[in-house]
Design a protein around this ligand. Structure first.
Ligand code: PBG
Length: 336
């Protein structure tokens, strides 16, 4: 009977899936430790690492522990870290003054990491949200109903110069103000930092999935204040063409690497940007993407490792050359 039920097919794609060896031979996308950038949170003082409730396995680290973590990542083959400060609320104010303090937490952290690991690529965010009491990425207008673009851009340029002076390899404007990449490039060059690169958050959406990160750095809406909406500067999740407007502007203004954020829900955008530029493309698998996988795994509804691997593979397959992910360390450990 089997004889009679055999189809006559010229193509049988399953032939190449028959054995593990064949499957490996035709595998199109492969993750490697050098694909990853590890976002790390740094705090003041000597406190023990403090786990972020909505981000299992992610800790706020004091500077000494941060250096240790960077060394561990470097040994595992992760080539880069992105540092985010969680500031003492007492240091925050309406205009984010602390961001321009030469001795602010993140700059001390950069100096310590660079001293211990000169070849590790160190990246810092250029945006005011960890420094402002209201949690916005810039300074507010007189009416306090929006972020003032040009005044903010001026501050960001100065912030980038301080970061370059502290030794960062790439500054990463994550604020979405107009013209900030060009202004930062000019400010860096004028200060002699022609070799400091710009990893631009070019296409950053106004996502609901940033929640756990805002808990981590304490930039969430303060109790009793009006809703923190970043809709006037971060992009509308409904828009695809606009992503190319933003990406092209940043490239023209001098960005060295273009980033899409979030990653997993925006694979079409990663692909669009990948096809529109010859620069490297990065994608940020953000806090909410990480939290979702962990939450479902905790409930026993999804397999953590398999979902983690598949989510990252999909981001690379979509066209990302580099992935910022809170899974960086465990991925590097597994891929070795
Ligand atoms: C803000 C910034 C955000 C993230 C990185 N930089 C959040 C925001 O725009 O409020 C989010 C990262 C994450 O969710 O993992 N400049």
């Amino acid at each position: 009977m089997a004889e009679n039920s055999r189809l006559v097919l010229s193509q049988r794609p399953r032939r190449l899936r028959r054995t593990a060896g064949l499957r490996a031979m035709v595998e199109e996308t492969v993750l490697r430790p050098a694909d990853f950038i590890a976002p790390l949170f740094v705090v003041e003082g000597r406190a023990a690492p403090e786990e972020i409730a909505s981000m299992p396995g992610v800790f706020r680290l004091n500077v000494a522990d941060l250096v240790k973590e960077c060394r561990a990542l470097w040994k595992l083959g992760v080539p880069a870290v992105a540092l985010f400060p969680k500031l003492d609320p007492k240091l925050k104010d309406d205009t984010g003054t602390q961001a321009l303090d030469e001795d602010t937490l993140v700059l001390r952290a950069v100096r310590a990491v660079k001293k211990a690991l000169p070849d590790l690529t160190v990246i810092t965010d250029v945006a005011l949200d960890p420094y402002t009491t209201h949690g916005h990425d810039g300074v507010l207008t007189a009416a306090r109903d929006d972020v003032e673009n040009d005044r903010t851009v001026d501050i960001l340029g100065r912030m980038a110069v301080l970061q370059a002076k502290a030794g960062v390899d790439l500054v990463a404007p994550s604020d979405m103000m107009d013209g900030r990449v060009g202004a930062i490039r000019q400010a860096l060059d004028a200060a002699g930092f022609t070799g400091t690169g710009i990893l631009a958050y070019s296409v950053k959406y106004n996502s609901a999935y940033y929640g756990p990160f805002r808990d981590a750095v304490g930039s969430a809406q303060a109790a009793g204040t009006r809703l923190l909406s970043k809709a006037t500067y971060q992009m509308n999740p409904a828009n695809r063409r606009e992503a190319l407007v933003e990406a092209r502007l940043d490239e023209a203004e001098g960005a060295d690497i273009l980033m899409v954020k979030p990653a997993g829900l925006y694979l079409d955008i990663i692909r669009e940007v990948r096809e529109a530029t010859r620069k490297p493309v990065a994608a940020y698998q953000i806090s909410g993407e990480y939290a979702q996988i962990h939450a479902a795994a905790r409930l026993g509804w999804l397999n953590l490792e398999r979902c983690r691997n598949e989510s990252l593979l999909a981001i690379k397959r979509a066209g990302a050359d580099l992935i910022l992910t809170y899974f960086a360390k465990e991925m590097a450990r597994e891929l070795r």
